[in-house]
Design a protein around this ligand. Structure first.
Ligand code: EPU
Length: 418
């Protein structure tokens, strides 16, 4: 199993290019199942979750041509509208194929995702919304089985709580349903907006993506198109924090500054300089030890839960006490005991972490528990005295493209060991 070995203490300097968004590419790939015509997706990040989604599409009967960052999907006929356990267990976002398979073939069978390191993560909201669109859904032997032999019909749906992939799943079902669907309390994340843009290019009629109310007029069929995936805001945010934690100076290229605005505000509050150098470039630098800043995770445009662990690592080295409140997932503090092994002073109280910054972290052997927790350990390792060895790096590989190469290119002493 791969590990990462980091020798901390080097300020990062230089330029980093941000890749395509994993969480936008996943629904975009699922959306390719909605048409029998070829769809070409560009800037698909070569990370492990994307490989899993590609295998899932192939399993259902689609053919894929993968070259560099481009994927050409042809979902001519889908003989096998199913997401089997072996794929779903490694990637919960597999439930994103439920809506498109149902809309396209009138049936879908998707393994129920179990719990994971960051919380229970049920899909009950996806299921009740698809039922509102007329699907008959049963659950047995660990599978969700959905049927709509007469096709889906538009409906008014109000999510009890905001769900990102739930909103995406339902949009993909509704674009081929008869009549109008209105989704209230929809997720406003940039990834939802990017999916709506792709579907619109495929001939769908969608209004209001990026707002809490999305209106969809169903059409009878969709066609092929080309689409470039948006930059990954979590990767961009992780490198912004890398610049701040190492008192470095990084240019983050190919990002969308607006998508990381909530992080920018908190970094500035902590004493980091963040400036826009052109429409797609951010420059992030810090000179001295930062001050504490509180964060509360929220749905977009609030502070992203996917950057909470990384910001917690930053606060572990800042001056003063920061309160980190996690409101999206019930168990997203798995990085805290590992950061404590590196000398961080963090107390957990329910959904809050009370982080008392220390002057110095010390390298240690630590274990990655989930994707973003792993990133926080890498960041802590970059600034810790001595060597940090991070085990179970496969979590990191699920969502970050060559992170150790990108960090090494801007001056980090980091390498992968077996
Ligand atoms: N929830 C329910 N029932 C549902 C769906 C969600 O109770 O049917 C709850 C969840 O348990 C959670 C909250 O609602 O407490 C929000 O979950 P959401 O459905 O929004 O999360 P998701 O769609 O499963 C996506 C991202 C996550 C990101 C969250 C929140 C993808 C593929 N995944 O997950 O990304 O943390 O939104 O922004 O888009 C990551 O990339 O590391 C990651 C975990």
């Amino acid at each position: 199993m791969d590990k990462l070995l980091i020798r901390g203490g080097r300020p990062l300097a230089g330029e980093v290019e941000i890749g395509g968004s994993k969480n936008a590419a996943l629904p975009a790939l699922a959306a390719c199942l909605l048409t029998d015509q070829p769809v070409r997706l560009k800037r698909i990040p070569p990370v492990r979750d994307i490989g899993t989604m590609e295998r899932l599409l192939a399993w259902t009967g689609a053919s894929l041509q993968i070259e560099g960052g481009e994927v050409l999907v042809r979902a001519g006929s889908l003989e096998n509208p199913e997401a089997p356990y072996d794929l779903v267990k490694t990637m919960r976002a597999s439930s994103l194929v439920l809506g498109p398979l149902l809309a396209r073939t009138g049936r879908a069978r998707v393994s129920m995702p179990g719990g994971c390191a960051i919380g229970a993560r049920p899909i009950n909201l996806h299921i009740s919304a698809l039922e509102a669109l007329g699907a008959r859904i049963t659950q047995s032997h660990g599978y969700v089985e959905a049927e709509a032999p007469q096709g889906l019909r538009g409906a008014e749906i109000r999510f009890d709580r905001i769900t990102v992939t739930g909103t995406e799943d339902v949009i993909m079902a509704a674009v081929l349903a008869a009549g109008e669907t209105v989704i209230e309390n929809a997720a406003r994340e940039p990834e939802v907006q990017d999916l709506a843009l792709l579907l619109t290019k495929m001939g769908a009629q969608i209004e209001g993506a990026g707002t809490p109310t999305i209106r969809i007029q169903g059409v009878s069929r969709l066609h092929g198109t080309e689409h470039v995936i948006i930059p990954d805001r979590v990767e961009a945010g992780t490198f912004m924090i890398a610049a701040a934690i190492t008192a470095g100076d990084l240019r983050i290229r190919d990002c969308v500054p607006e998508h990381v605005h909530a992080l920018t505000l908190r970094l500035r509050q902590a004493g980091t300089e963040v400036s826009e150098e052109g429409p797609c470039t951010l420059r992030v630098s810090a000179r001295e030890r930062l001050r504490s800043a509180d964060i509360t995770t929220e749905e977009y445009p609030g502070f992203a839960t996917d950057l909470q662990a990384q910001f917690t690592a930053l606060m572990a080295t800042a001056q003063g006490i920061a309160i980190v409140t996690e409101t999206i997932f019930e168990n997203r503090f798995m990085h805290v005991p590992e950061l404590a092994r590196m000398g961080a002073n963090i107390r957990l109280e329910g959904r809050q972490a009370i982080v008392a910054g220390v002057a110095e972290l010390a390298g240690a052997q630590v274990i990655a528990s989930d994707l973003r927790a792993s990133a926080s350990l890498v960041l802590a390792g970059l600034v810790a005295r001595g060597e940090t060895l991070i085990d179970r790096v496969y979590h990191l590989d699920r969502g970050y493209e060559r992170i150790e190469e990108k960090l090494a290119a801007v001056g980090a002493d980091i390498r992968r060991v077996q």
